[in-house]
Design a protein around this ligand. Structure first.
Ligand code: 4AD
Ligand code: MG
Length: 472
């Protein structure tokens, strides 16, 4: 008998055909002479209702007493459904029980809290909500590859192990095979890395940008899409210790081109997910509305707003103007906006949510707020940086035009107290055939949060890693 996934059955509606389905029980309603089993297999939002007659299957007693979460294989006939809200259903002919559950199965009732589900991260893929979120995540990944491929970019796998602190922020997870209880030291007390695996200090990457630049300076346009790691002690709904980042890097592109690329990419992501996962987006929206109602909060669906963002040009303003807007807003912030200091999340959210009511690209930040590699402006105070801020999340993209002048770059590295040595190869890009170039990084989970409307970043990555939390 042909085995069909539920997404296929609901799409093709093979009425009159005998087929096999496999999945987990969402509900069981038992009557004396027949039972309803509702099955989901994770391939779509939809479920398949199976009617099992007592005299149709030999193990009826066992089947009709199955609990939610049990896993079964059912052979049966697809028929048109008389029930509301479903097109077809199945008349069960044989049921094989793969795995039963018991009363301790944690996903018993609807409306379980997101916090609770985080502790059951191994089981949450079986819920309606997480099925939806992770199908959207999948489509956002597909959209990313499609967008950059169509634009003539090459997909680059940048290394995860690295000997450079590419953001210069010191937020690196060290990688070592040394015996931590017995670390070899030099006479002056510093660690002797010569006996370590790589013979030098190494860490997990915080970005793939610098390697991306090497390839952009040879292949024109590339993008990375991989995991990145930050040992920052931020316990917020928008920070993870391990997150995924997409980093395009383009030769001969200036900051204006960079901002345009960022806008086109975000709009493509929205368009693609709206076309391919509309059921999922609506299911998530419904959940969020329900959750808000339970918490007695007001809820406004973000789906109509997303549609507008998909079709409207993003606002672009300078950092200096942004500080001005914040200071003239009359709004009381926890941190007073001050020129020279990086924008806080509350500032970013005010700008995008309340002032512009949509995505806004902020450019030309003070050089002391940003990384060493950004192109310095003539004014000597600012750099050609850009952050894209969106409602609900704040910063979703960080990027810049890169400093292509060897002398200026070296000077900045020394001003920031960094060491040139590990960056010798990066500096050689400026020594041999340098060129203007730009790029940015999109935080994948922040983009998923933005598109789905989910409010905590821990609920859009399969297994979140945050300070003091590395379970599963
Ligand atoms: O602004 P960031 O630090 O920029 C870079 O890493 C550059 N190398 C990118 C580039 O120009 N190629 O990080 C880029 C984006 C942020 O805008 C944010 O969306 C996300 O990565 N991000 C995080 N997401 C989740 N958890 C964290 N701890 C994040 N830190 C940054
Ligand atoms: Mg940033």
């Amino acid at each position: 008998m042909e085995y069909l996934k539920i997404s296929q059955i609901l799409k093709d509606q093979p009425v009159g055909k005998e087929i096999t389905v496999k999945g987990w029980l969402r509900s069981v309603r038992k009557n004396k002479s027949f039972s309803f089993l509702v099955l989901n297999d994770g391939t779509c939002q939809g479920t398949l209702q199976v009617i099992v007659d007592a005299d149709a299957v030999e193990n009826y007693e066992e089947v009709s007493s199955l609990l939610i979460g049990s896993c079964v294989r059912i052979d049966g006939l697809i028929v048109e459904s008389g029930g509301k809200g479903q097109s077809v259903e199945m008349q069960g002919k044989a049921v094989e029980i793969y795995g039963k559950t018991d009363e301790s199965y944690p996903l018993q009732k609807k409306g379980t809290s997101l916090e609770f589900l985080r502790e059951k991260a191994h089981l949450r893929p079986r819920t309606n909500l997480f099925g939806a979120v992770f199908r959207v995540r999948h489509q956002l990944a597909m959209a990313t590859h499609k967008f950059f491929d169509q634009q003539g970019f090459y997909y680059l796998n940048s290394p995860i192990l690295t000997a450079v602190d590419a953001e210069g922020a010191g937020e690196m997870f060290q990688v070592s095979t040394m015996d931590l209880a017995n670390i070899p030291k030099h006479k002056d007390g510093s660690v002797d890395y010569s006996t370590d695996y790589f013979g030098k200090e190494t860490s997990l990457c915080v970005t793939g940008q610098l390697e991306g630049e090497c390839f952009a300076m040879g292949m024109g346009s590339v993008y990375t899409f991989g995991p990145t790691f930050r040992a920052e002690n931020s316990n917020t709904p928008r920070h993870l210790s391990e997150f995924w980042m997409i980093e395009p890097e383009v030769a001969f592109m200036d900051l204006e081109g960079n901002a345009k690329l960022a806008q086109d990419y975000i709009q493509f992501l929205i368009k693609h997910t709206m076309e391919n996962t509309s059921e999922e987006l609506e299911a998530i929206d419904k959940f969020l509305g329900f959750q808000a109602k339970q918490n007695k909060e007001k809820y406004e669906s973000h789906l109509p707003i997303l549609e507008k963002v998909r079709d409207t040009k993003f606002e672009v303003i300078s950092y200096t103007d942004a500080i001005d807007i914040l200071n003239k807003s009359g709004k009381k912030f926890e941190f007073k906006p001050e020129w020279g200091v990086e924008l806080q999340t509350e500032h970013e959210r005010f700008l995008s949510e309340e002032h512009f009511k949509g995505p806004v690209t902020v450019t030309d930040y003070p050089k002391d707020c940003k990384a060493f590699y950004m192109k310095q402006n003539e004014d000597g105070r600012t750099v050609r940086a850009m952050d894209v801020l969106v409602p609900g999340v704040g910063e979703i993209i960080g990027g810049s035009q890169r400093e292509e002048d060897l002398g200026k770059l070296k000077q900045r590295i020394s001003e920031m107290g960094m060491h040139e040595d590990p960056l010798w190869w990066y500096l050689e890009l400026r020594k041999f055939g340098t060129a203007p170039h730009s790029g940015f990084g999109l935080g994948f989970e922040r983009a998923i949060r933005y598109v789905t409307g989910m409010s905590n970043i821990r609920d859009v990555i399969p297994f979140p890693r945050t300070p003091k939390n590395c379970d599963f």
